[in-house]
Write a protein that binds this ligand. Sequence first.
Ligand SMILES: NC(=O)c1ccc[n+]([C@@H]2O[C@H](COP(=O)([O-])OP(=O)(O)OC[C@H]3O[C@@H](n4cnc5c(N)ncnc54)[C@H](O)[C@@H]3O)[C@@H](O)[C@H]2O)c1
Length: 397
Amino acid sequence: MHKIAMLGTGLIGRFYTMSLLNFRGKDQIVVTCANTKDEAEKFAREFVIPKYTADMAEAIRDPEVDTVVIGLPNYLHKKAALLAIEAGKAVLCTKPLATNSSDALEMFEAAEKTNIFHGYLEDLVYTPKTLKALDAAHNGALGKILWARSRETHAGPHSDWFWSKELSGGGAIVDMGCHCIEIARSFIGKGIQPTEVTCWADTQVHPIDVEDHAIGLVRYENSAIGQFEVSWSFRGGMDLRDEIAGTEGTIWLNHWLRTGFEMFTSVGQSGYVAEKAEGETGWLFPVGDEVGSLGYVEMFLDMFNSMDKGTPPKEDFYDGYIVNAIIDACYKSVKSKKWEPVELKYWRGGQISQKEKGLKEYDDQHYLIKEEKMPDGRLKVILKDKKTGTFSQVIKD
Ligand SMILES: NC(=O)c1ccc[n+]([C@@H]2O[C@H](COP(=O)([O-])OP(=O)(O)OC[C@H]3O[C@@H](n4cnc5c(N)ncnc54)[C@H](O)[C@@H]3O)[C@@H](O)[C@H]2O)c1
């Protein structure tokens, strides 16, 4: 059983609390913290949390607490994590780990040095669909992963601090690119090093100093490519999709707008529909179980079960640091308009878990390029001569 300090009672504090209260039935949030005592008290009353405060150090140092969950604005992650580590408490931090990679590195190094359990709360690699898709990919169902594309777009975040570069560290790339980068990295293989990036970003709509739209490519050492597409200017709700392409297969995942629950109402229901839904009437795309669909439940199961077993969770501060390093390279590329290297102080390598599929043999003399059934019913086989390099085709009736 763990005793938790929940730092932050906003959108993510609420989702985390709903997940934690429901999932293992044995952990307890003993103190909650918000910017004002009133906000913390209101939240504590709603979720029957015994203590509340507006002082994060007080919540972290509470002697009952053994685990600190950070759901605060980005600029406070480092301060909260270092306080938790100093107090000897396990620390679980939401995404992005930090506003830049040097802060992320400091957090990672502090946790490692003191042997404190650290988890990076990247929920979108824990959605039930993603877990199943990752299993399939890692078991070789897609062959070698060539391209992992991940997209998160909506009409912009729900709190003032996200829009300020000083408090958030950046725009849509920091806010949502972090999810997409880690999703692509998880499919491509965490043991495969991200080497360089190219990125376009612009501020197309809002009067802000950060990007509200960006597209980036992350190249990996085995030539796989991760692609992210993020926007704070996209209308129509939250579009959350992934596409994975390998030498032997493809996966398409749609997490939000088209999940199989579509509803039309001309009058509305006077209530919340789903995160970032833009309206309450017309065609709506509600989500049955938001905390489950977004991966929070599986994520906390992994975090707390790993903590109990004394093993690292699937996502820890090292992963958060890699993501922040990729994001830093993206911002360099936006400025230079060139490919920029991903600079990592630590690269730990790891298992390349996909089966590498090599060239396909057709016979002693040829490689098989492809086979296709034509509209006339015949099979066309395209071949390449191993010695001369010439292409030929065989048509089979
Ligand atoms: N899918 C996800 O993993 C996901 C989704 C949304 C947000 N987030 C992340 O969660 C973090 C918080 O985002 P949010 O959407 O909940 O923001 P929010 O604005 O809804 O809530 C922020 C909370 O932090 C509290 N807070 C602010 N300053 C504080 C201080 N000095 N001391 C104590 N409390 C303070 C506020 O009172 C509020 O309760 C961000 O890092 C964001 O990127 C993650």
